[in-house]
Design a protein around this ligand. Structure first.
Ligand SMILES: [Zn+2]
Length: 260
């Protein structure tokens, strides 16, 4: 019995270490993403490099893949991507931080509204499987984009906001869709008419982030919605204009290129 326990322990540590990534390999990977997409990526915790505590390499590949689908204007406007093992250092703002996968904080002290992403351990992935990690990054990046545009050019954001709001035909449901989404995992797959997802039915910010995610997930090919769901189709087209900078002026677009 003792021997089999020992064997199980050695095997699991061995499997965990197989996925480890060296500091050099991690830095090279980060540099590649930064240069390719003109974004800043921070992954400071050494535990990240060990597969037992979270697959940092896989998470970076996923971020790379998601950014690949996004237009340059969107990437120019998102804040630094900060990968963390826990959000426990922010308990006064997020008391239930154990359940958080990622966040962008409107009253953030750091500049450019960083995209905080949790590098989840294998245990967390087994216990809390929904929403999927790949759905979290793009959603949070969309918040960061919207906050940055609003902070840098309120007029541009307002043009988008009013167009999006005019296309949205019914009132938002507040906290209810979010509670349903968090308590019933399959609720994440529901899509009310006119909405990209149930979560988006909460308020404008969630709606615009979810609409952008929907658009990217369908590789900007949403013509099938034209007849099926004209409201969502219209919102997708408005979201696409927003992330391409079409609500801004040429001068503003040039200014945004120079990151602080
Ligand atoms: Zn959100």
């Amino acid at each position: 019995m003792k021997k089999s326990l020992y064997l199980a322990l050695v095997t699991s540590i061995g499997l965990g270490l197989t996925g480890c990534i060296s500091t050099h390999a991690l830095n090279t990977k980060i540099q590649k993403i930064e240069q390719k997409h003109n974004v800043i990526v921070k992954a400071g915790n050494p535990l990240s490099r060990c597969c037992l505590f979270g697959d940092i390499s896989g998470l970076l590949d996923m971020i790379d893949k998601d950014l690949e689908k996004c237009p340059p204007y969107f990437k120019d406007h998102i804040g630094p991507v900060v990968i963390e093992e826990s959000f426990a250092d922010n308990l006064e703002i997020f008391p239930l931080s154990g359940f958080l996968r990622g966040y962008v904080y409107i009253n953030e002290k750091q500049q450019r509204f960083p995209v905080h992403i949790k590098n989840r351990s294998l245990i967390e992935k087994v216990l809390f499987f929904a929403p999927k990690d790949e759905d979290v990054f793009l959603h949070e990046a969309s918040h960061s984009f919207e906050f940055n545009v609003q902070a840098q050019s309120n007029a541009e954001w307002e043009r988008f906001y009013y167009a999006f709001n005019a296309a949205q035909t019914k009132a938002y449901d507040g906290i209810f869709p979010r509670l349903l989404f968090l308590s019933v995992p399959v609720a994440g797959y529901l899509r009310p008419a006119g909405m990209a997802s149930l979560y988006g039915a909460s308020n404008h910010l969630e709606d615009s982030a979810e609409t952008h995610c929907y658009l990217r997930k369908h590789n900007n090919n949403v013509e099938f919605l034209k007849k099926k769901d004209p409201v969502l189709y219209k919102k997708c087209r408005i979201a696409e204009k927003f992330v391409n900078g079409e609500y801004g002026t040429e001068r503003q677009n040039k200014l945004a290129k120079s990151k602080s």
